[in-house]
Design a protein around this ligand. Structure first.
Ligand code: ADP
Length: 620
């Protein structure tokens, strides 16, 4: 007996032992594997001249056996050799369906397991024993793989004259709570197939036995068994929208393993025109665990007249909508289309352009109709939209600007830019924003304080991309974006000018001491409770300096800093006194105030030890 790989074993254990209610999906998983296997046969026949694809030869058959308590799932697909079985069935982590982060997370949410596919292993949801007979197309011998669960599996040559793959599930014993026998009933199987696998392109057959009058007799009945095809074989995207419920769409999303959550939104597009196509698109309900890693690949499934030609067609989605999942089916694409050709395919470009608009509209609709849900969506994927605004030199800002939302001082919730502008007070010149590491910090910052005091709304930027995106936008609805630090209340400028004159000596002395650290020291009447603050002049803000310096290639970018001083603060009185009376005390104070301003801005202190010593010295 071979052991499953440790990872596989752990997951298998978890899955089998979880309080998993939706175990009927095992059938969906096995049927979709069978369908994939037939697809592979179909591809092969496209390139292999010795193979002809005769549609009638390809089907999936489900056979329950009430006496033996088994369900058999057979397909006439490509099959597997010993190595395939070893690699594909022996290592659960190999499954492309494996989509979750940590064990802890799974344990927290057993429901989740029912939502996503663990593919082949879902057989163990209902089976105590799984036997797989398979022969790879073209091979002389077949093999048999057997497993009774987490313990491991055996693999042996099998004297099978089967075509494709046959999986025999021996159902678990019934318990007080669980009745597995229902899966032996034709009507249950029919219901499950209809629910999850109706659109599978190959016939899914079941033998149905009915009592019928014996031929030539008037009162004698006999049992007649005939093969029935259960699925309609019409892909969901070719069905009429009016026939489909939300549940159908969500089922399809799960069946396709697009995600294991409830999608935020879905849309069904049918276009007849220059280029005809059907598409079903989803905005996933949560961020995929690998979303921000290089492993994440965007793309939609691409079908040509119902046949899958590409798993993840990247060209159908712009990067800023890379979270969208779904399928596109078009009759206007050539089946043998290669990746290179696709890139320049005019039809495909048209479809992609169209879809971009559809997605934008769908998100706009969500924002309008359910802002709370949109906020959830934005918390999951908003960063991507903001990167989209920033990337390609702002080429996509028109598409994206109305989809942006930011936290704001207005009722402490998110707001769209349109709503912000709508609320702007008379004479308000700009859309003001304040950035920082956290909301807490921004709200308490000197810049924010002054704006709020003046009755202006402030957007709070906590995401490192925010300010970059806004710099790219420059304006919204003809209103300029301005950092809070640039805000001057009426009369401030004149007052500051005067103070700069009056306290020239003090500021000059401070400036000399802080040379190389700040460009200048100035009076600022916008400071209320803070004695000092750091602001920036020019294109690069302090937040941007932080972001750029955190990047691997960063380190050299400096914002041009200005130390603003609140001349109405008691601290300033002390500073003034020291400047004329006690030079060394003045130097200590200047250093401490400068570093304090850095701290408030979320910058590091250059020499923490010296800073600490200076404070101590000031205290004694
Ligand atoms: P996934 O289908 O998500 O990759 P599964 O655990 O369902 O993961 O299946 C693992 C692999 O085993 C498949 O990718 C396929 O290569 C192989 N496989 C499973 N069932 C069949 C089948 N009926 N015929 C041929 N190959 C199969």
């Amino acid at each position: 007996m071979k052991q499953f790989q440790t990872e596989s074993k752990r997951i298998l254990d978890l899955m089998i032992n979880s309080v998993y209610k939706n175990r009927e999906i095992f059938l969906r998983e096995l049927i979709s594997n069978a369908s994939d296997a037939i697809d592979k046969m179909y591809y092969k026949s496209l390139t292999d001249e010795d193979l002809t694809f005769n549609a009638d030869d390809y089907f999936i058959k489900i056979t329950p056996d009430a006496e033996a308590r088994t369900i058999t799932i057979e397909d006439t697909g490509i099959g597997m050799n010993a190595e395939d079985m070893e690699n594909n069935l022996g290592i659960i982590a190999n499954s492309g369906s494996l989509r979750f982060k940590t064990e802890a997370q799974i344990e927290d949410d057993h429901e989740i397991i029912g939502q996503f596919g663990v593919g082949f292993y879902s057989a163990f949801l209902v089976a105590s024993k799984v036997e797989v007979y398979s022969r790879l197309a073209g091979d002389a011998t077949g093999h048999k793989w057997t497993s009774e669960g987490a313990e491991g599996y055996t693999l042996a040559e099998a004297d099978t004259d089967i075509t494709g793959t046959k999986i025999v599930l021996t159902l678990k014993e019934n318990t007080e709570d669980d009745n597995y026998d229902e899966f032996l009933e034709t009507h249950t199987l029919r219901r499950i197939i209809k629910k999850y696998s109706d659109f599978i392109r190959y016939p899914i057959k079941i033998d149905v036995t009915t009592n019928q009058l014996k031929e030539g007799s008037e009162d004698e009945y006999e049992e007649v068994t005939s093969e029935e095809t259960i699925n309609s074989q019409i892909p969901i995207w070719k069905k009429n929208k009016s026939e489909l419920t939300d549940e159908d769409y969500v089922n399809f999303y799960h069946e396709k393993h697009f995600g294991f959550d409830q999608p935020f939104a879905h849309t069904h597009v049918s276009v007849d025109g220059n280029v005809s196509y059907n598409a079903i698109l989803y905005v996933p309900g949560s961020t995929p665990f690998d979303f921000y890693t290089p492993d994440y690949k965007k793309g939609l499934e691409l079908y040509s007249s119902g046949v899958l030609i590409m798993d993840k067609c990247e060209d159908l989605l712009p990067d800023f909508f890379n979270f969208v999942k779904g399928i596109v089916d078009s009759e206007d694409l050539s089946l043998n289309i290669s990746r290179e050709v696709l890139q320049n395919d005019r039809q495909l470009t048209l479809i992609a352009k169209n879809l971009q608009t559809k997605i934008k509209n769908e998100l706009g609709k969500l924002m309008k109709n359910d802002f709370e849900k949109y906020t959830e969506f934005f918390e999951a994927f908003g960063r991507t939209l903001k990167y989209g605004v920033y990337s390609d030199f702002g080429a996509h800002k028109e598409v994206l600007q109305d989809l942006l939302i930011f936290e704001s001082s207005f009722e402490d919730t998110y707001t769209s830019l349109a709503d912000y502008v709508e609320r702007m007070v008379v004479d308000q010149e700009a859309i003001y924003y304040a950035s920082g590491d956290s909301l807490e910090r921004i709200k308490k910052s000197p810049q924010t304080e002054a704006l709020l005091d003046a009755g202006y709304e402030v957007l709070y930027f906590t995401d490192d991309v925010d300010e970059f995106a806004i710099k790219m936008l420059r304006t919204y609805s003809e209103k300029e974006f301005k950092p809070a630090a640039e805000f001057k209340a009426e009369g401030d400028s004149a007052a500051d000018k005067e103070a700069n004159e009056t306290f020239k000596d003090v500021f000059e002395a401070m400036g000399t001491q802080l040379e190389g650290k700040v460009a200048s020291v100035v009076a600022s009447s916008r400071l209320k409770s803070h004695p000092v603050a750091l602001a920036s002049r020019g294109e690069i803000s302090i937040e941007m300096e932080k972001v750029m310096n955190a990047m691997p290639a960063g380190g050299a970018v400096q914002a041009e800093k200005v130390l603003e001083v609140n001349t109405s603060h008691a601290v300033f009185d002390a500073l003034k006194a020291a400047q004329t009376g006690d030079e060394s005390r003045f130097a200590l104070m200047t250093d401490v105030l400068y570093n304090q301003a850095r701290l408030v801005e979320g910058l590091d202190i250059e020499d923490p030890v010296a800073f600490a010593q200076n404070i101590s010295e000031l205290i004694v």
